[in-house]
Every structure is written in structure tokens, then in C-alpha cells.
Design a protein around this ligand. Structure first.
Ligand code: AMP
Length: 305
């Protein structure tokens, strides 16, 4: 199945307790597309400025990402700066320079309109609506959002929830959207707002998926060294949707496998800055980590078998 992502392609300044990197390739659509393209053909819609470097175009192209929908506009690319505290679950945003993103309206090339799986990465909900307005009946639409839109664009965001199948947000966003601290209760409310399935990302505590089929959880992979958590959520989403595309199925078993594939991809992404670890990732390493996830909570208990 073909995949379409719409979101940001950015230059990020990232500071962690151990290192600092300036102008590294980032953006929600970038991380998503790079991870998804490991599994299946992926099309990208985004805007960059004239400063966007050819080596980064080449990196995405070599991965097989379809860049017909990457618009180059007069001005500078979207830029984002953040710092992580010693507790790497805490991220402080330094700056968000929208630049060419400020006037962006996604335009889908004709060849993208029949994409079967769509990921609306974190952009203004009005723009997420604009994407869906241009699509011919996708089989599955997933979307992300952020605090800013929950606080400033709630109406179009709530309307969007009625048009999507899978909502992928973090625990803080789930609480903000519902006003409910308890996650299972927040999940019940969110499912009543439209999506059939909800995936809540909880950083180093892993992921919980809620649907009418029940609840499924995956831990985060226990890593001793996390270098850069930036893009982990988008990489998760790329692995998740990529896995569904490769399997061709959208049932509960496929969704559970997708959660594990997404978690495995995200666990690699945080092992180095930007896309660096994903660039070096082999199929065998990915398979080995998926096996590792399976073993993390597999156990035998003769009393309940
Ligand atoms: P994540 O760590 O998964 O939340 O994603 C971080 C990525 O999202 C970074 O590479 C940023 O460039 C990008 N990003 C940060 N803020 C925004 C925003 N307001 N709109 C779109 N993309 C953003």
C-alpha cells in the first residue's frame, strides 16, 4: 500500500545533556518519511526554503522517498530549536521559526491523491483538512497534533477527529484534549470524538493503543544511552504506518505488529542525532530488535495457560 505524509521538513538546533548540534536535518515529515520508506513507497508533501541543502534532498531520494510534493519557496526553511533536561522526557523549546512554513498550503500532486495510507503530521489542523479535501478515499488516515493547536485551534482539530481513523498523540496532549488525567478514561473520551483507534506515546515509558478491540501496550526498548529523542514520535509513526503498508492488512494483529515496528524504529532513531542511526540501520538489526521486543514481556505461567 502506498503512503503519503504531510508535515514539516526542518533544520533543528538540538542540545542534550551531553552534546549540541546545529542545523541538523529534522521535521515531522522528514522523520516519518525516512522511517516509513524502510517498509514501503512513501510520498512527501512539505515546503522548504532556498537554503535547503542538496545533500538532504539526496538523502531522502536515496531512501526512495518520492519528493514530487516537496515545494521549494523563496525564503528560509522552517527552523526549530530545543534543549533536553537531564530527564530527557523534558524538552524546552528555544525557538520555532516558521519561515516559508508560515504561508504554506499543501498541494498534492495528482499522482499522490490515491495514496492508501495517509499520515497528517503535526501541522495546523486547517492544513490537515486541506490535505484530506484533496484525497480520493484513503483506506486509513492517521494524524498527530500538539499542545499549540489544542489550545489555539480546537474547533478545526475536533472536526478533524471525525475524519480520521487513528489518532497518535502523547499522554500530555491526550490529557489536554480531554481535561482527564486518567489515561484509559481520556482514551474513552477521545474514541468517542471520532477515531476508531488511539495510540498514546509516553516517551521512555512506551506506547499504549486503545480501540474497540481492546488495549495493547509496548514498552520503550531499554536503552542505556539515548542521544537525541527529537523525532522519536514521528519515527514511531513512520514505522507504524510503514508496517501496515508492507503487511497490506489493517486488522488488530497488523495494528499490534505495527506498534512494535514503530517502537523498534523509534528506539534506533534516539541512538544518534538527526536521522544518523536510521541511515545506518540494516534489516537484520531491525528484525533482531523486533525479536527483542517480543521477548521483553513474553512469559510462561502454567496456572493461566
Ligand atoms: P517529535 O520529537 O516527534 O515531537 O518531533 C520533533 C520534530 O518536529 C523536529 O524535528 C521539529 O523540526 C518538528 N517540529 C517542532 N515544532 C513543530 C511545529 N510547530 N510544526 C511542525 N513541526 C514541528
Amino acid at each position: 500500500m502506498s503512503i503519503l505524509v504531510v508535515g514539516s521538513v526542518a533544520y533543528d538546533d538540538v542540545e542534550t545533556p551531553s552534546a549540541k548540534r546545529k542545523r541538523q536535518l529534522g521535521g515531522s515529515a522528514t522523520y516519518f518519511a525516512y522511517a516509513a520508506a524502510h517498509f514501503a513507497p512513501t510520498r512527501l508533501v512539505a515546503v522548504v526554503g532556498r537554503d535547503f541543502e542538496q545533500e538532504h534532498v539526496a538523502l531522502l531520494r536515496e531512501r526512495g522517498v518520492d519528493l514530487e510534493g516537496l515545494e521549494v519557496a523563496e525564503g528560509k526553511s522552517f527552523a526549530y530549536g530545543c534543549r533536553y533536561e537531564d530527564d530527557m522526557n523534558v524538552r524546552v523549546t528555544h525557538f520555532t521559526d516558521l519561515n516559508v512554513f508560515a504561508d504554506f498550503h499543501p498541494k498534492l500532486p495528482r499522482s499522490y491523491r490515491d495514496s492508501e495510507l495517509v499520515f497528517l503530521a503535526n501541522i495546523h489542523p486547517d492544513l490537515q483538512h486541506e490535505v484530506l479535501d484533496q484525497m480520493n478515499r484513503p483506506r486509513l488516515v492517521a494524524c498527530d497534533t500538539m499542545n499549540l493547536w489544542i489550545e489555539t485551534a480546537r474547533e478545526p482539530l475536533e472536526r478533524l477527529l471525525g475524519r480520521i481513523d487513528v489518532l497518535m498523540i502523547n499522554d500530555e496532549e491526550a490529557r489536554l484534549l480531554t481535561g482527564e488525567r486518567n489515561l484509559p478514561r481520556a482514551a474513552r473520551r477521545l474514541l468517542a470524538m471520532g477515531p476508531q483507534r488511539l495510540v498514546i506515546k509516553r516517551g521512555e515509558y512506551g506506547v499504549v493503543m486503545f480501540s474497540a478491540d481492546g488495549v495493547f501496550t509496548a514498552p520503550a526498548y531499554p536503552l542505556e544511552d539515548v542521544f537525541d529523542p527529537t523525532g522519536a514520535g514521528d519515527t514511531f509513526a513512520g514505522g507504524f504506518i510503514g508496517s501496515l503498508a508492507r503487511s497490506g492488512a489493517l486488522d488488530e494483529a497488523a495494528m499490534r505488529r505495527a506498534v512494535i515496528h514503530g517502537s523498534a524504529m523509534a528506539s534506533f532513531a534516539v541512538e544518534d542525532f538527526s536521522l544518523d542511526r536510521l541511515v545506518r540501520l540494516s534489516d537484520e538489526e531491525l528484525r533482531e530488535r523486533v525479536r527483542g521486543f517480543r521477548d521483553l514481556s513474553r512469559f510462561l505461567d502454567p496456572e493461566i495457560e
